[in-house]
Design a protein around this ligand. Structure first.
Ligand code: DCP
Ligand code: MG
Ligand code: MN
Length: 338
């Protein structure tokens, strides 16, 4: 009685809907051949009064070929189409990757965006709840996705170095990350900033109160994105910078490093991340511990290798010395790519 005369919907409506999804999938991929095949099949199916249930029935319709007939049978039998599920998963994977590319959006947030039904950056722009940093990340998505030519990183670093020296001659800066590893282009500009004999509080105050405001006033720094901690007081600053006259914004990181921890910080912020992980593992096998602050010994661990005590500092300032104590030959930054 339900599908009686009052029900105007085609008996194949659900099947048609599934085929339409596939058609637009192929359409968006630029596959005109399949798009047309599906559209023709849909038009033909619309004219059928009875539910088309089997491949055999479908093949009796002239505009429907083997492959679509099989899909129709699959859909009616299982109420799903494997090919569509696969395509859907593809779309989700692509969206996830797209969203993770927004500065400030991690895997967790990207997943919630996905769950909210967002699939494109336009969806995010219009519907997503973004914090100010993420908003900048979205507005400058293309900027931040671009690799930065090595020469340009050098130029940004020169601007920062000048500003540092203008405030205090004792400042020292090393560009870390992929730049220090000798890459020809970089994802961002990692500035490792220290000052002779200075502690973190002193460096941070100079940076936050003077250097960063100066660089912002001169138009080099465009925006602050995030500040953060490394198990201690605030020691990093994320933002964006642009060379005079340049339209494109670059991601720039400042890491405030106490003089006593320079070597450990250089190792950590030079990377790459896999090299760091292997060095830390090596340290822990030798009952030591390596982090961005230093190399420690006599670290007590429980049965699950969880740390019970922090241990005593062996070395923090001297990068080469850290390798030496670990008992591994020094690796120049260019050889730290795993
Ligand atoms: N790092 C790490 N573990 C992380 C993130 C970073 O050990 N989860 C360390 C190693 C990296 C360094 O910090 O080399 C700098 O981080 P970046 O994200 O800037 O990475 P890279 O500079 O190596 O690469 P890119 O050119 O993409 O910036
Ligand atoms: Mg980097
Ligand atoms: Mn970085």
């Amino acid at each position: 009685k339900n599908d009686g005369s009052s029900n105007k919907a085609n008996s194949n409506e659900a099947t048609i809907e599934a085929l339409q999804k596939l058609a637009s999938k192929y359409d968006s991929k630029g596959d005109h051949f399949r798009t047309t095949a599906f559209r023709k099949a849909i038009a033909a199916l619309r004219k059928q009064k009875e539910l088309i249930r089997t491949k055999q029935q479908a093949l009796e319709i002239p505009q429907i070929g083997e492959s679509i007939a099989a899909i129709i049978e699959e859909f009616v039998a299982k109420n799903r189409v494997q090919r569509l599920d696969a395509a859907e998963k593809d779309t989700r994977d692509q969206a996830l990757e797209l969203f993770c590319g927004i500065y400030g959006v991690g895997c967790q947030t990207a997943m919630t965006f996905l769950a909210q039904g967002f699939r494109t950056l336009e969806d995010i722009r219009q519907k997503a709840q973004l914090n100010p940093s993420q908003r900048v990340g979205l507005d400058h998505y293309d900027d931040f996705q671009q690799r930065i030519p090595r020469d340009e990183v050098t130029q940004h670093a020169d601007v920062v170095r000048r500003a540092l020296k203008a405030v205090d001659k004792g400042f020292q800066m090393t560009v870390g990350g992929s730049y220090r590893r000798g890459k020809k282009d970089c994802g961002d500009i990692d500035c490792i900033i220290t000052k002779e004999n200075a502690d973190i509080g002193h460096i941070r105050t100079l940076m936050m109160d003077t250097v960063i405001p100066n660089l912002t006033a001169q138009g080099f720094l465009k925006v602050a994105l995030a500040t953060g901690h490394f198990g201690g007081p605030c020691s990093k600053w994320h933002g964006a910078s642009a060379l005079p006259g340049a339209k494109v914004w670059r991601r720039i990181d400042f890491l405030f490093v106490p003089w006593a921890e320079l070597g450990a910080a250089l190792i950590y912020f030079t990377g790459n991340d896999l090299f760091n992980r292997s060095l830390r593992l090596l340290a822990s096998r030798k009952r030591m511990r390596l982090n961005q602050h230093g190399l420690y010994k006599d670290v007590m661990r429980g049965l699950g290798r969880e740390r019970i005590t922090d241990g005593t500092l062996l070395e923090g300032h001297d990068e080469k010395r850290i390798f030496e104590i670990l008992g591994v030959p020094y690796r120049p930054p260019g050889d730290r790519q795993i």
